[in-house]
Each structure stands twice: as structure tokens, then as C-alpha cells.
Ligand binder design. Sequence first.
Ligand SMILES: Cc1cc2nc3c(=O)[nH]c(=O)nc-3n(C[C@H](O)[C@H](O)[C@H](O)COP(=O)(O)OP(=O)(O)OC[C@H]3O[C@@H](n4cnc5c(N)ncnc54)[C@H](O)[C@@H]3O)c2cc1C
Ligand code: FES
Length: 261
Amino acid sequence: MVEQTVQIVSNERDTDLYFRLVVRAPQIAPLIQPGQFAHVLVLPMKDALLRRPFSIFQVAGDSFSILYKTVGKGTEVLSRMTPGEELSVIGPLGHGFTIPRSGGETPLLVAGGYGMAAMYLLAQRSPQKGIVFVGGRRRADILCEKEFQSLGWEVRATTEDGSQGEKGLVTQPLRDELKRSTAIRKLFACGPTPMLKAVGKLAEEFMVPAELSMDEHMCCGVGVCLTCVIPVKSGDGWEYQRTCTEGPVFDAKQVVWEATE
Ligand SMILES: Cc1cc2nc3c(=O)[nH]c(=O)nc-3n(C[C@H](O)[C@H](O)[C@H](O)COP(=O)(O)OP(=O)(O)OC[C@H]3O[C@@H](n4cnc5c(N)ncnc54)[C@H](O)[C@@H]3O)c2cc1C
Ligand code: FES
């Protein structure tokens, strides 16, 4: 883990409320593993004490990118920053996904909205290709479909309003696929908590392993403040674990959903 002041290389709108930000970060980029995140301090926000966590999307040489949605003050200010301006970044942080083995289980990736960002490096570095199930409310939430296809993955899109792909929730085509084929599979998911819970339940029902990237609110990002804890099985009971350090990726079997409600 490194703290570095990084320079923005580009910061461009992707679709609608989503932006792609590339930064030059020679001390961080070579260390990044799929599913890890960067904790970003938006320096022009003079009153901001807190960093904002973002999954690392792509890595190229000494640079990395994030794919972010503008939802509040931090991301709004970030979206107005231009090449040459600086950010403070701590990264790479967290425990990421296990890269599938060549000849092992077929990976099925499941993403909701910006959850696609956490999936790209996994898809790129996995020797075994599979299917990406991507869901969103509408067409604008279906991100980087072509980039996953050009990595050799099949992409199945779902939107709640039917404006792209199948109409409904991303878990429906996933359920159909789990029913249809008896191949040995493993699920990897990132997205809103209700989606992760539904994926966890499908994994249990079809007895397939699953890794879930749990997106909790974070403050310090480095294991000190305990803002980001979730209940995780331990012995006969459960304990709180930090999504910023023990996670964000957890084995679905370990998450105690009843205690999260
Ligand atoms: C491990 C991790 C990886 C993430 N990866 C990405 C990513 O790749 N792309 C991306 O766009 N966002 C990602 N997020 C969410 C991102 O951190 C928040 O959207 C961001 O911090 C909001 O900052 P803000 O100042 O714009 O919003 P704020 O003004 O702080 O909040 C605005 C709204 O966003 C909600 N919000 C804040 N933090 C989160 C959060 N962690 N999860 C869900 N809702 C939140 C708030 O409840 C509020 O409704 C990730 C979060 C985590 C924990
Ligand atoms: S965010 Fe502080 S312990 Fe995880």
C-alpha cells in the first residue's frame, strides 16, 4: 500500500453520469490485483476530510483508471477536474478476487452498474473466459460491454426498464444459466448489496462457489476506524470483519446476511 500524489492523465464522460479517470501512479499501478480499490482524496475540495473509495478499473504501464458515477459532492468535483491536476491516492487497498485457474471452473461474473469496474482486471487476467452478466436500471448503466467482449467474454445485459438486453434483474439470466448447464462454475460479483445477497443465495441454491465484493461506506480505508464492517461467520457464530482490509471480496458462504439486516 502506497500513498501518492498522482496526476490526472484524462477524465472523460463515459455515458450519462459515468466518467473514466486515468491517473499516472508509477508506485501504485504495478502492485494492483483484480478487485482491489484506491482511496482517493479529491484535493480541490478544501473542506473534505474523507477519501472516496473506487475499484481499480484498468491498469496500463504506470497508470490506472477508475470508472465512477457522479452521486454526490466528491464525485461531482472529481468530474470537473482536468488533465494535469492532482489527487492524493492510497492504494492498492483490500483483498481482491481469486484469479480463476486455467482449466478450472468456468467464471461467471455478475455486475450491477459501476460494479463492472471491479470486474475488468479479473476478466483480463483470467486465463479461463466465461460469461459476464451485467445489470442496471437502464441502458446508460450498462458499461463497457464491448471491452469485455474484446477480451473474449460473452456479455449478457439486463435492464429494469428493458432499454437494453433482457428486461428484469441481472439474477434472472444468471439463474437460467445455472439451471441450464451443469458445467463446473464459480461466481464473482460486485454491485449493490441486494444484488450481492441474491447472488449469494443463488450460489447456495446451486451449490457453486462465489466471491462477492462488498461495497460498504468507508472512512479510513486502512482498517482503523471500523466504519466498514460486515458480519462474517466465525466458528459457531459470527464476528465483524472490515471490508477495507479483510475484504472487499468475501467468500459468499462466509457472509451472515441475516445479521446485515
Ligand atoms: C470498495 C468500494 C469500491 C467502490 N468502487 C466504485 C467504483 O468503481 N465506481 C463508483 O462510481 N463508485 C464506487 N464506489 C462508491 C463510491 O465510493 C461512492 O459513490 C463515493 O464515495 C461517493 O462520493 P461522493 O462524495 O460523490 O458522494 P457523497 O456525497 O459522499 O454521497 C452521495 C450518495 O452516495 C452514497 N454513497 C456514498 N458512498 C457510497 C458507497 N460506498 N456505496 C454506495 N453508495 C454510497 C451516499 O449514501 C449518498 O446517497 C465504491 C465504494 C467502495 C466501498
Ligand atoms: S474504512 Fe476504516 S476500518 Fe474500514
